[in-house]
Write a protein that binds this ligand. Structure first.
Ligand code: HEM
Length: 412
């Protein structure tokens, strides 16, 4: 039965939607009435202006699509087209080199290599330094006079520092890497003055920087992750091109996502003061996962059908685009008790904020969870009386659930 409450022409990828209303009530309508629905006209979920797509809104269906890469490919159409447009100018083969856009068996090969940089041991090794960074970031914000923007003063820095620590980027180079990373993320939001040209140039700079790092480590291996990933190319490691694109991916995938999770988390705490009190008292280890469920910083990714197939009672044709709406799956009452409540003690919490569990499941999940834990612990220690000064200014985007500005005060 078609969903009666959804007006003709309604499009989940209209960038204005996420800007104003999250979670979207339309998701709840669709999950009930038509959980897999053809949306004929796309705003631009990933830049495909005039093509339609299937909106997949139930938790079980998002998981099914994510775990069947042989039916739903990541290669044919990509997850983040703007990102690829930037890169495509510099390398025809760019698509092939981005992990998110690969299918098995190529994906399996590269993922096995890069996973070596994300072992529990390598993440634990970062913990102490990141804890110090988090405390310093919060102390810096506390020292500001009067209300401040939480995004620029708190949420921005730790994700970038974490990636820089992980890869071993020297301190002196970090400012330029941070600058390139921020410029590279181009939006549907006209307020951002960064042009596609500047974004493309920044992406190329990051790739070139990482490739030269790789070349250096090949000459002179050290005890770091770069050396682990690139040292012995002939033994199945990454070549310099692959390493360059991998670092680029981290700068996109690990930066804005975590920044938005932290910002949404702060906003959720400030609008649910009883949860902030509970957090300060008990510091539940479950909080970071609930923040990601609630925030769904990546609202949607997409796949392309490689064959005709059935999903949710609909026939999906070979070549059709399929939008995976994590932001909807995370509120599916089939899976979550009180799905629209923010509850930092929620356990279990099988949310899909880091993906639907297939081969592309977020590589940086443990790092992201660590960062979120560290920053909120530091905030609870140093700024327990935080206050919301203004409602967040949200990002205009088709697939990133982002916040541009969140004005808060230390509240003392
Ligand atoms: C993939 C979300 C933080 C690196 C993904 C996917 C999602 C996601 C939804 C795609 C999953 C799929 O298609 O099935 C998030 C969120 C984060 C976060 C919400 C923060 C709260 C990070 C961090 C890093 C990272 C900190 C690394 C520093 C990656 C990589 C992939 C990925 C490399 C591609 C994996 C592949 O294609 O095999 N992430 N992510 N992410 N993420 Fe994250």
């Amino acid at each position: 039965m078609p969903c009666p409450a959804l007006p003709d022409g309604f499009d989940f990828t209209d960038p204005d939607l996420l800007q104003h209303r999250v979670p979207l009530p339309e998701f709840a309508e669709l999950r009930l009435a038509e959980p897999v629905r053809w949306i004929p006209q796309s705003g631009n979920v990933a830049g495909f202006e005039d093509e339609g797509y299937w909106a997949v809104t139930r938790h079980a269906d998002v998981r099914y699509v994510s775990t069947h890469p042989e039916i739903f490919s990541s290669t044919l159409n990509t997850a983040i087209i703007r990102f690829n447009e930037h890169i495509a100018r510099d390398s025809i083969d760019a698509q092939r080199l981005i992990l998110l856009n690969m299918d098995p068996p190529e994906h399996t090969r590269v993922r096995q290599i890069v996973q070596r940089g994300f072992t529990p041991r390598s993440i634990r090794a970062l913990e102490q330094r990141l804890r110090e960074r988090a405390a310093a970031i919060v102390a810096g914000a506390r020292a500001l006079d009067g209300p401040f923007d939480f995004v620029t003063s708190v949420a921005c820095e730790l994700p970038l520092q974490a990636i820089a620590e992980l890869i071993g980027i020297p301190q002196d180079d970090r400012t330029k890497i941070f600058d390139w990373s921020n410029k590279m993320i181009a939006y549907d939001d006209p307020e951002y003055a960064v042009t596609e040209e500047v974004g493309a140039r920044s992406a190329a700079e990051i790739i070139a920087y990482a490739m030269s790092m790789a070349a250096e480590r090949k000459q002179c291996p050290a005890h770091d992750i770069v050396s682990t990933l690139v040292a012995a190319e002939d033994e199945g490691n990454l070549n310099s091109d692959e390493f360059g694109f991998f670092v680029l991916m981290l700068a996109v995938a690990g930066n804005e996502t975590t920044r938005n999770a932290i910002t949404h988390g702060m906003h959720a705490f400030l609008t649910h003061p009883e949860q902030w009190e509970l957090y300060k008292r008990e510091r539940p280890a479950t909080a970071a996962e609930e923040i990601v469920r609630w925030a769904a910083p990546v609202a949607a990714f997409q796949r392309t059908a490689t064959q005709d197939t059935e999903l949710g009672g609909k026939t999906i044709r070979k070549g059709d685009r399929v939008g995976l709406f994590y932001a909807s799956a995370n509120h599916d009452p089939e899976v979550f008790d009180r799905p629209d409540e923010f509850d930092v003690t929620r356990d279990p919490n099988p949310h899909l904020g880091f993906g639907g569990g297939g081969p592309h499941f977020c590589l940086g999940k443990s790092l992201a969870v660590l960062e979120i834990d560290l920053i909120f612990n530091a905030l609870a220690d140093a700024m327990p009386q935080m206050r919301l000064v203004e409602d967040p200014r949200r990002l205009r985007s088709a697939w990133i659930n982002g916040v541009k500005e969140l004005r808060v005060s230390a509240g003392e």
